[in-house]
Ligand binder design. Structure first.
Ligand SMILES: *Cc1c(COP(=O)(O)O)cnc(C)c1O
Length: 367
């Protein structure tokens, strides 16, 4: 069986450095907010081309804390609106709700699966405060168009970069494409820890200081609390692991792009649509999505051919029980994506032979 993502193999490929890093932290006697986190934050900020990086407990909190910080800064208020793509992973939407704000869902473009800039303008109201640019599947959102709209209406751009560590567009990297960015280091992400983790990046010093305090009980000085904060911190062991894996992130992303290019050129089946890709940007293929009206049969066929695939995602956020207030709204493009999407294995530890077997199996699918 070709696994969708072979996490054990990926982790083993970073040995013995990962185990050495963990032992170093175990032996240090210091486990929360120490030098490992400080060093990783510095390295990741530099990698993104940003002035500040703040480690958090996970990606959902990273996004939530950005908006809580804007509230403390007087830039956002309870009930203000944030425009977010309707087809994103539910965490983007939950972060807005957790911050006491209102998500306004926007259809994506079918071709890119990212927010459709042409549809943002009509959703802007006097209460709109930001556009959440989700770089879904590892491809940068159309940042040039988003910037134009944000400037016109004086909106913040919050990036959800949870699927796009290292992706670039027009030579600029995620984490540095908006006013603030939230990252996830969930184990399966392109830069993944061995547990939960996340980070905020920004060039805004006031936002950085406020977010850092909120993530640590609202405190900048021990036992002095200026905000009603949370406890959401990246821990020393995860930071040490991430520092090891960050060194090979570009190489790993390049391998993902190679596999994607082989899929794009090798897969040819009238029942299957391939993802759009152009050279203006560096997609990092967190997910390699294909689309088919016979998606479920195709998944069954691939399973029988020994290939594990996943669906990202089977139920769109507006159809989830948890988001009942959206259940009566209609987002046809979002629903089409959720009905047709199938994710092929695409990760750095895959062999060339495995890639060839996936191509062969997709090409041999008949209705
Ligand atoms: C994974 C993910 C998140 C949340 O990250 P966690 O670390 O799991 O909290 C947010 N947004 C998107 C698009 C994601 O894929």
């Amino acid at each position: 069986m070709i696994k969708y993502y072979d996490l054990k193999k990926v982790t083993e490929s970073h040995e013995p450095q990962i185990s050495q890093a963990i032992s170093r932290v175990v032996g240090s006697g210091w486990y929360i907010l120490g030098n490992e986190v400080k060093d990783f934050e510095q390295q990741f900020a530099q990698y993104c081309g940003c002035a500040h990086c703040i480690g958090t407990g996970n990606g959902l909190d990273a996004l939530t804390i950005i908006m809580l910080a804007y509230k403390e800064m007087g830039i956002m208020q309870d009930g203000d609106e944030i425009i977010v793509p309707a087809n994103t992973y539910i965490a983007s939407i939950l972060s807005i709700l957790q911050a006491g704000l209102k998500p306004v869902l926007c259809e994506p473009r079918w071709e890119s699966c990212n927010i459709d800039p042409d549809r943002i303008g009509e959703l802007v109201t006097p209460r709109t405060k930001a556009i959440m640019a989700v770089h879904l599947y590892g491809r940068c959102a159309d940042i040039t168009s988003i910037e134009r709209i944000a400037k016109k209406h004086s909106l913040k751009i919050i990036e959800d970069s949870a699927q796009a560590h290292g992706a670039t567009i027009n030579g600029r990297r995620t984490g540095n494409l908006g006013d603030a960015s939230g990252f996830s280091f969930y184990p399966g992400k392109n830069l993944g820890a061995l547990g939960d983790g996340g980070a905020i990046t920004t060039n805004d010093k006031e936002l950085a200081d406020t977010a850092r305090a909120i993530a640590n009980y609202g405190s900048q000085k021990k036992y002095v609390n200026i905000y009603k904060g949370l406890n959401s911190r990246l821990d020393e062991i995860q930071a040490a692991v991430l520092a090891v894996k960050l060194q090979r992130l570009d190489e790993d992303n390049e391998r993902r792009r190679n596999i994607a290019t082989r899929y794009n050129t090798g897969i040819s089946n009238p029942l299957v649509t391939l993802p759009e890709y152009n050279n203006r940007e560096e997609h990092v293929f967190h997910i390699y999505p294909i689309f088919s009206e016979q998606r479920d049969l195709l998944q069954q066929h691939l399973h029988e051919s020994g290939i594990e695939t996943l669906i990202h995602y089977p139920i769109p956020p507006h159809k989830q029980q948890a988001l009942a207030e959206f259940n009566n709204l209609e987002y046809p493009i979002t629903e089409r994506i959720h009905n047709q999407e199938l994710s092929l294995p695409c990760h750095p530890a895959m062999s060339d032979d495995e890639v060839a077997r996936v191509i062969h199996a997709v090409n041999s699918f008949k209705a």
